[in-house]
Design a protein around this ligand. Structure first.
Ligand SMILES: Cc1ncc(COP(=O)(O)O)c(C=O)c1O
Length: 407
């Protein structure tokens, strides 16, 4: 059996809307763009929505609309997709990372609070990783100094204490690449209650045109970040089906939790009871104690017994061991792939990407929890129409590979 990592769920219902567009002669800036934005506004109970051509564009527009400038600081997690921080680099900003929680994989709130306390002016990019909300009430910050943007690209429909994520900052974003809960092909959206952010994002997404959208009048520098009409039509149909889709994904996640419940060699993400996740990907982690049966690892690493940053005299030992674990995981991934189960290491820490290391001088040992978790985690097949039979196959294959690693 072959099981893909992800697959979009598109029915005739959405296809009819897209066909409508194709027959209409209006392939851009048509009625579906407006209808899609209206649907999103209603679903989130926000005043404004601006559909764009990617989640990255949405994040970039928000930063610009909030006057993020050269030398400004963006605080975020290194355990995320690279866009969360790249958008600050587009504007010559400084990225400062804060390590994550080892159980739910979101940014560590105690470390974040410590960081925010010392800052005079900074932007915080809150990421709801893998579709699970941050603990917003526990974040302690001064509203006059810290400006919040929400990267909820992976979390459409997730809730924090009954309130939808994406609505906790000045503005929030969702992304609609085909591996997301709902898709527009390529696409993303900004949501906000702030008229100023809305107007700027709308204008900048459309080449800096003014409010009256005169075609050759440009009131500011902008981009072509527009969402086309076929994508908007697809998004419109997908939004109508969103609740149905999220329900199915949540059942699939539950199935995985049941299947893996007795499998001690695998650790599943902790689901915090303050949130209802919106399942984006399903990430499993190799248990480090189990891994240590095959690799000679120091006790302090096995027990997560290290400080916020690895001390300089331990860095060599640290990186050597992280690479050992990564190689072990790669072996695991290769074996699982041979069985037809598509999987991927999720995520490679942003600060270890070559150009981040070169620009900011980051090294292994700077964000140890992220580095260690990343060396142990993979995303396994997860999509709306994944069958129970396929899930069992994925689970049995993982068990077989665990067994193969043991001999
Ligand atoms: C957390 C996060 N932020 C931003 C993005 C960027 O979205 P896009 O790929 O549509 O630009 C993604 C997409 O995977 C993401 O997962």
């Amino acid at each position: 059996m072959k099981v893909p990592l992800s697959s979009p769920d598109i029915t005739d219902f959405e296809i009819n809307f897209v066909n409508d567009v194709l027959k209409s002669n209006q392939l851009a800036l048509g009625p579906y763009l407006n209808m899609f934005e209206e649907k999103i506004k209603k679903y989130f109970g926000v005043k404004y929505a601006i559909a764009v051509n990617s989640g990255t564009s949405a994040l970039h527009l928000i930063l610009k609309a909030m006057e993020f400038k050269r030398g400004d600081k963006l605080i975020t997690t290194p355990f995320t997709f690279i866009s969360s921080s790249n958008v600050a680099l587009y504007e010559d900003g400084i990225v400062e990372f804060v390590d994550i929680d080892k159980d739910d994989y979101n940014i560590s709130i105690p470390l974040l609070n410590k960081k925010l306390k010392d800052l005079d002016r900074a932007f915080f990019m809150g990421v709801d990783i893998f579709g699970q909300s941050l603990d917003w009430d526990s974040i302690d910050y001064d509203k006059n100094k810290i400006f919040i943007i929400e990267d909820s690209c992976e979390a459409i429909g997730a809730e924090y204490k009954g309130k939808k994520v994406g609505t906790f900052g000045k503005a929030g974003t969702f992304a609609f690449y085909p591996n997301k809960q709902i898709t527009t092909g390529e696409g993303g959206i900004v949501i906000t209650d702030c008229e100023d952010i809305y107007k700027k994002c709308k204008s900048m997404s459309n080449q800096g045109r003014g409010d009256d959208m005169q075609w050759l009048e440009h009131v500011r520098i902008g981009f072509n970040y527009r969402m086309d009409e076929m994508s908007a039509a697809l998004g419109y149909g997908q939004m109508i089906r969103l609740d149905e889709i999220l329900k199915k994904r949540s059942l699939i996640a539950e199935n995985y939790y049941d299947l893996f419940s007795e499998e001690k060699r695998i650790v599943l993400p902790k689901i915090n009871n303050f949130n209802i996740p919106s399942w984006f990907v399903f990430v499993i982690r190799l248990d480090l104690n189990w891994v240590s049966n095959f690799l000679d690892l120091p006790e302090w690493i096995i027990n997560f017994d290290f400080s916020e940053r690895i001390e300089s005299d331990k860095r060599d030992v640290w990186s050597k061991n992280i690479f050992k674990v990564q190689n072990f995981l790669n072996d695991f991934i290769n074996k699982l792939t041979l069985k037809g189960v598509q999987c991927k290491n999720y995520f490679k820490p942003v600060h270890t990407q070559k150009f981040y290391r070169e620009k900011f001088g980051f090294e292994y040992g700077d964000f140890p929890i992220t580095e260690l978790i990343s060396s142990l985690t993979i995303a396994i097949p997860f999509f709306t129409n994944l069958t129970f039979e396929e899930q069992v196959y994925v689970f049995e294959s993982i068990k077989e590979v665990l067994g193969e690693m043991e001999v």
